[in-house]
Ligand binder design. Structure first.
Ligand code: UD1
Length: 338
């Protein structure tokens, strides 16, 4: 009988982390969640339990706390790690750069030390398309030049990727996944995005406006050099993104070294188009206005995801409309149980 592999998922109580836990369990992995709950929510752990019918082992630990992390690694056999735990708000990172450098960099180095001392040699890392800044051409592929990041958040992702390049000599094999814009919720509506306070990201702002928690959505600028003047992004269903982690694990279990993949759909969609699709698929009129540009936003970024399609054998299954419907179902459910 083969032993099931156990994956430690840091940030597993967060938005992308929780969706990935579901896909991992469904793929036959055992999972151990490590999360300090500083940016995530107990309600997602409850949702996981309802969805999966089992309680996923969970340790409330900040990854910067090496001793607490090492204790987990000493007491549990761990075959691989997926590292989501990080701060991710672009605007906040500009105001509190040290928080971002300290948290995002030290979490990673502490985790890597722990992996090294416990001989865990496989890591999947959450990177971001933010590493490209404003790319010279779109769709952007993994070979594109990495320019100076637009924000401390973006800089932390660039620095983490560099750290991961350099630790190859330690015998730790890595896949970094550069996420484009994850949206939506699990089709069951049992888990989804739960931002603390006012949402920074577009889709939770839309759903919170639709449900009446926010008065009005502001579209940040309609004078960009894009077909309708609003920014273009590559929105990907969070469950599809979660699936990419399962594929990345399969891949890293059979390959050595350091690897980077874009995870996006390959299609650019404007803010206006996204708002229109939300209204259409959910039959809701959204209260919105056009405002000024948000500092730090790039006009247009979407993925060339052919490497992930061909090498990881991963492909998105859901459409944007699915994602917008699932996001809305989740918003309605989570507000009705509060
Ligand atoms: C950014 C980063 C991404 C990072 C994510 C985490 C880039 C290119 N992307 O995504 O890597 O993981 O933050 O938070 O740096 N918008 C509005 N009104 C709103 C909110 C957003 O019009 O109230 C617009 C934005 O101007 C943007 C689009 O919606 O054009 C998407 O914004 P958002 O959801 O915040 O994601 P990004 O900024 O693209």
């Amino acid at each position: 009988m083969s032993i099931r592999k156990r994956i430690a998922v840091t940030g597993g109580a967060g938005y992308i982390g929780s969706h990935t836990v579901v896909q991992l369990v469904e793929a036959g992995y055992d999972v151990l969640i490590i999360d300090d709950l500083s940016r995530s929510d107990q309600r997602l752990l409850d949702g996981l339990k309802n969805l999966l019918g089992i309680t996923i082992p969970f340790r409330k630990v900040d990854c910067r706390n090496y001793n607490a992390l090492a204790e987990i690694f000493s007491n549990n056999r761990i075959d691989a790690v997926i590292h989501f735990a990080a701060f991710k708000a672009v605007g906040e990172s500009v105001e509190k750069p040290l928080d971002y450098y300290e948290n995002n960099l030290f979490s990673l180095t502490s985790l890597l030390r722990c992996m090294q001392s416990h001989k865990v040699s496989k890591l999947i890392f959450s990177s971001s398309c933010t590493v490209y800044g404003e790319p010279d051409t779109v769709p952007v592929n993994e070979q594109a030049a990495i320019k100076k990041a637009n924000s401390p958040y973006g800089a932390t992702k660039q620095m983490c990727e560099r750290i991961l390049e350099d630790i190859e000599v330690l015998g730790i094999d890595v896949v970094s996944l550069r996420y484009f814009n994850p949206i939506g919720a699990h089709p069951s509506a049992l888990i989804g995005e739960l931002p603390l306070g006012t949402p920074n990201n577009l889709v939770p702002y839309i759903t919170q406006t639709a449900i009446g928690l926010r008065n009005q959505l502001t579209i940040f600028g309609d004078d960009y050099p894009t077909p309708d003047g609003t920014c273009v992004r590559d929105y990907i269903h969070v469950t599809d993104l979660a699936d990419a982690h399962v594929k990345a694990l399969d891949f890293i279990n059979q390959n050595l070294g350091n690897h980077i993949f874009n995870v996006g759909t390959g299609f650019g969609v404007s803010v206006k188009e996204l708002v229109n699709q939300f209204e259409e698929v959910n039959q809701i009129k959204l209260n919105y206005k056009i405002g000024s540009r948000r500092p730090g936003d790039v006009a247009k970024v979407f993925a060339d995801a052919n490497l992930a399609f061909n090498v990881l054998r991963w492909k998105p299954r859901f459409t944007i409309k699915d994602a917008l419907q699932h996001a809305w179902h989740w918003e309605k459910r989570i507000r009705s149980i509060n």
